[in-house]
Design a protein around this ligand. Structure first.
Ligand SMILES: *Cc1c(COP(=O)(O)O)cnc(C)c1O
Length: 398
């Protein structure tokens, strides 16, 4: 039995079967990872858009090591310098208001919805309009917010207070607004939903509608934020500002962290006792996130995501032109999907055999989320493997 097989057997005996993991990873650097049997892969999942600066970036590792040796955790009973500095960085990059820190994406979205509800409470407003095909996390409330029945099935009764509009259909959103509506929540690029960008008309239309009706516009930037789309935050492409948005995945490069970032108008809605998180914004996570922001700035990775994204998209488009069953390239920056006819997981499996890790988004989209500092030759190597995988899946006899 190989080392990977031993580990998988132990895993399957003692870890609940909520996932279907494939290879057993033991180390990584940059875009490359190694499995327990010594095989290396190009990692174009980047931990599902978590490792925007790549695996074990020297500056991130140093920040983790230094902070771990100084103070890992303190609780929010005390001030810590890096939480203040991180909030300042995020504020200056975005809305100029204040932040709340937590530990995951779902938790950040929960905080954002709680903030909206508290803001609307005196006026009797609580309902949040979210989009069909969206993804906002796996807590009970975020299962209710998510516009996909597959995450909800079997968990009813779900929390009330969410309504689902059609994505990229402003009239559908408008049609759901009523006296109870407090906010509209949207992803600039739907990630789990299949790498679908919001149209400019939709994003600017939602902003205008929210202004007209006195609603909050909330953005879930958990997958598309932190430079991935070629902008620091996905909403920046549209020339609008939301009233608040959430971050998680790539914020601290794999040290679990989420954030709610608010405009000044929403920055003083929460008061002591309204909301909390024991680990939220702890010294280790904040030091790491500060290092991640430094790396993104120093290495020009926001711009690089746009350039690398254009290169990778062009290569995928060539495959669409070549293979009838490769239908379309979708997405933004380095958040790209290849829509295929038939199960995307067959292509993902074939890519893995070639040495490229990617993942699916829904049934028929192959999702590519490389580190933003992937080099041109790594992008080209990956494209070759995708080509070989398509050849294997769609022309098996040649
Ligand atoms: C991953 C994701 C979430 C959930 O984040 P968790 O950290 O898994 O709770 C929410 N929204 C979007 C857009 C995501 O991609």
């Amino acid at each position: 039995m190989s080392k990977s097989a031993d580990i998988a057997a132990l895993f399957n005996q003692y870890v609940m079967h909520t996932y279907s993991p494939s290879v057993t990873l033991t180390s990584g650097h940059g875009c490359k990872v190694r499995d327990a049997d010594g095989k290396t892969y190009l990692d174009f999942t980047a931990g599902i858009a978590v490792l925007n600066v790549g695996h074990t970036h020297a500056k991130v590792v140093k920040a983790v090591q230094d902070q771990a040796a100084a103070l890992i955790h303190s609780s929010n009973l005390f001030y810590t310098p890096n939480q203040a500095l991180l909030a300042q960085r995020l504020s200056k990059l975005s809305l100029g208001g204040k932040c709340f820190f937590c530990n995951s994406g779902a938790e950040a979205n929960e905080a954002m919805v709680k903030l909206a509800r508290l803001w609307g409470h005196e006026k009797g407003k609580f309902e949040v309009i979210t989009m069909r095909n969206s993804f906002h996390g796996r807590t009970l409330a975020m299962c209710a917010a998510t516009g996909q029945s597959k995450v909800q099935k079997g968990f009813d009764p779900l929390p009330l207070g969410f309504a689902h509009a059609a994505f990229n259909d402003l009239e559908s959103v408008r049609g759901l607004v009523n006296a109870r509506t407090v906010a509209v929540m949207v992803e600039a690029v739907q990630g789990e939903g299949g790498l679908i960008p919001a149209t400019p008309e939709f994003m600017t239309g939602v902003r205008k509608l929210c202004d007209e009706k006195g609603l909050l516009m909330l953005c879930d930037e958990i997958q598309c934020g932190m430079g991935r789309t070629g902008h620091w935050f996905g909403w920046q492409k549209y020339g609008i500002k939301p009233d608040a948005f959430t971050l998680a995945k790539s914020l601290a490069s794999g040290v679990p962290m989420g954030a709610l970032v608010a405009a000044p108008s929403l920055s003083d809605v929460f008061h002591p006792g309204n909301h909390a998180s024991t680990f939220g914004g702890n010294p280790l996570a904040c030091a790491t996130a500060l290092a991640v922001i430094d790396v993104i700035e120093e290495e020009g990775l926001v711009k690089r995501a746009g350039e690398a994204g254009a290169l990778f998209r062009e290569g995928l488009q060539a495959l669409v032109d070549k293979y009838e069953k490769a239908i379309e390239v979708r997405g933004e920056g380095l958040m790209l999907g290849l829509v295929v006819e038939g199960p995307a997981k067959d292509v993902v499996t074939a890519c893995r055999e070639m040495g490229l890790l990617c993942c699916t988004a829904g049934e028929n989209v192959v999702r590519f989320l490389p580190p933003l500092n992937a080099k041109d030759d790594e992008l080209e190597e990956a494209l070759e493997m995708v080509g070989d995988a398509l050849e294997q899946v769609y022309h098996p006899e040649s």
